[in-house]
Design a protein around this ligand. Structure first.
Ligand SMILES: [Cu+2]
Length: 375
């Protein structure tokens, strides 16, 4: 089944002249095939198109990924940059000696391309999905200035510790209406890998439209003398931290035809982006992934690495692993954690990682690390 969005896009670009027949829509074919695969339904017409697509997709492509490329410049964000573009805000020391860290967030309606030729009418924080990765340090006082420049009421609900009036929920006057603004304040605690999202109702729609992002609180090493080395290694910008190759990955999905099922899945929004352009890593330095699940409509998502094992810190709130030597973890929506692993003893090459729900992987959540001697 083809979404109205796709039809609009395809006719806009004149790919097909006046008639829309799936198999010749080559730039969108991979995703057309997977979208059709997801919605085995509705009409005989759909079925005949479907069988043609199957032949094309199995005969024409060898890597079972989307075909073509997403225009990241048009989107205004690049999933390769999102991996590491921490938003550290601005800091100052107030009169009482507290370190204040201040962030700017703006909600805007933004059409984004989530797979080649597939456009999605997203609601975003700061024009991107996921929103900015806010990063602070344990013990700081946080101020988040939020403007709603969108067309619906929104909020920011942080998974952290804060007063009720800063909880951003629709039942407690927590909504910020279009054209209005609100300032959230909270302590940066506990340290860990957290998240934020809009909490306006209907929640599933506001969340799935793209209003979410990572919220990382680095530990204060002074407070953790028993694990001071581990704590230091998590503090962005320190020499200990610079040994690590850190990435954020937000697992998400997109319901392109609004039937409460996802047609496209990814880590950091763009289907199969890290398959086509693998994430280059050095085998000599360990890897730390801040992994967050914000997939709507599916009860769980997962992360599986090929040819390797990792340690896992559930919620990132401990400095010793909560799971050791695993190659797969599962997260429900809102769950998150930190993965640590190394390719030091591996030969260089491309190593796959993906959701271990094959359907999610085939619909976009499949990726590669390209392990090299020096990255
Ligand atoms: Cu919202």
């Amino acid at each position: 089944m083809i979404t109205k969005l796709m039809q609009t896009f395809i006719s806009r670009r004149n790919f097909l002249g006046t008639t829309l027949t799936l198999p010749v829509a080559s730039t969108a074919l991979g995703v057309s095939a997977i979208a059709a695969e997801k919605t085995k339904d509705h009409s005989e017409n759909t079925h005949s198109k479907h069988s043609q697509i199957d032949k094309e997709s199995h005969g024409g492509h060898d890597s079972n990924t989307t075909v073509g490329n997403v225009d990241h410049e048009r989107n205004g964000f690049d999933p390769h940059k999102i991996l590491t573009d921490w938003d550290l805000g601005k800091t100052h020391i107030d009169s009482s000696g507290r370190r204040i860290r201040e962030f700017e967030m703006i909600a805007v309606d933004t059409e984004i391309e989530i797979a080649p030729g597939i456009f999605f009418p997203a609601w975003t924080y700061n024009g991107r999905v996921p929103g900015p990765t806010l990063r602070a340090q344990e013990g700081e006082h946080l101020i988040v200035n939020f403007i709603n420049a969108g067309t619906h009421p929104h909020s920011i609900h942080f998974h952290g510790i804060h007063a009720a009036r800063f909880d951003g929920v629709s039942k407690g006057d927590g909504l910020v209406w279009p054209g209005e603004s609100f300032t959230y304040e909270m302590p940066a605690e506990p340290f860990g890998c957290h998240l934020y999202h809009c909490h306006a109702t209907p929640l599933k729609r506001h969340l799935h439209k793209g209003l979410y992002g990572g919220f990382i609180i680095d530990p204060d090493p002074e407070k953790h003398p028993e694990n001071i080395e581990a704590a230091r290694s998590r503090v962005i910008g320190t020499p200990e931290n610079n040994q690590w190759q850190e990435f954020i990955m937000v697992m998400n999905g997109f319901d392109t035809n609004f039937d409460d099922e996802n047609e496209v899945y990814a880590a950091n929004t763009i289907a199969h982006e890290y398959m086509k352009k693998p994430i280059k890593v050095s085998r000599k330095r360990p890897i730390r992934i801040y992994l967050i699940n914000l997939t709507e409509f599916d009860p769980i998502n997962s992360f599986h690495i090929h040819a390797n094992f990792f340690d896992y810190y559930d919620h990132g709130t401990t400095l010793t692993p909560t799971l050791k030597t695993v190659d797969t973890i599962v997260q429900c929506q809102g769950q998150r954690g930190i993965i640590e692993m190394s390719f030091a003893n591996h030969e260089p090459g491309k190593y796959m990682f993906h959701a271990h729900q094959s359907e999610f992987a085939e619909l976009g959540w499949m990726s590669l690390f390209e392990v090299v001697d020096n990255a």
